[in-house]
Design a protein around this ligand. Structure first.
Ligand code: COA
Length: 167
């Protein structure tokens, strides 16, 4: 049975295993396979202007296995926006509806955040073929804003997409 909940630093090994189950994402956006410490980074890292409590990580568990992770910044970059950093599903469980279910859970949490009415995310161009069909299905659309993205050897762009909290 699929269950959802908050993730904390204690779940770093489970997030690490999840990243390693679906290495293509890290390879496409960083030019290298997942490395030790990447799981903890998903749980802790954020933009420099973030204040404590603004970063939330939610997990989807299939029995005892973490099969999905999403990290969301509350009221960032502005009061009315929740920014989705990464949503990743276990490589052995893609195409089973877990991504949509974890997003639905995220929406239920964001509905409790005062003043937030918009969700926002960035699609890295080197990952666009994998990510765009999914985010389109979930109601996100490109804003037209495209900014440079550099991660190790990967020099590309990131496109900002948004959707209203309520359809
Ligand atoms: C993208 C990702 C999160 C999708 O998760 P998933 O659990 O496989 O997606 P779901 O099964 O919940 O699919 C949700 C919907 O998107 C559609 N979809 C998902 N991937 C798709 C693809 N590559 N092409 C076309 N449609 C796709 C599904 O058909 C489904 O549509 P429906 O709900 O209307 O039937 C997963 O493939 C993943 O972890 N990719 C690597 C990480 C990544 O790129 N994340 C996004 C960038 S942050």
């Amino acid at each position: 049975m699929l269950t959802f909940g908050d993730l904390s630093e204690a779940e770093a090994p489970a997030v690490q295993a999840l990243l390693e189950s679906n290495p293509g994402y890290t390879e496409r956006v960083s030019g290298r396979p997942p490395a030790p410490g990447d799981g903890l980074e998903v749980l802790l890292d954020g933009p420099p202007d973030l204040t404590p409590g603004q970063k939330h990580c939610f997990g989807a568990w299939l029995d005892a296995t973490l099969v999905g992770v999403v990290d969301v910044l509350q009221s960032w970059p502005n009061q009315q926006t929740a920014h989705v950093g990464l949503l990743l599903v276990h490589g052995a469980h893609e195409g089973e509806g877990i991504g949509r279910a974890l997003h639905d859970y995220t929406l239920s949490q964001v509905r409790g955040w005062e003043g937030v009415d918009t969700l926002r995310l960035g699609i890295v161009e080197t990952n666009a073929a994998a990510a765009e069909p999914f985010w389109s299905k979930l109601g996100y659309r490109p804003t037209g804003r495209v900014v440079p993205f550099i991660e190790g050897p990967v020099k590309t762009t990131v496109a900002v997409w948004t959707r209203p909290l309520e359809d």
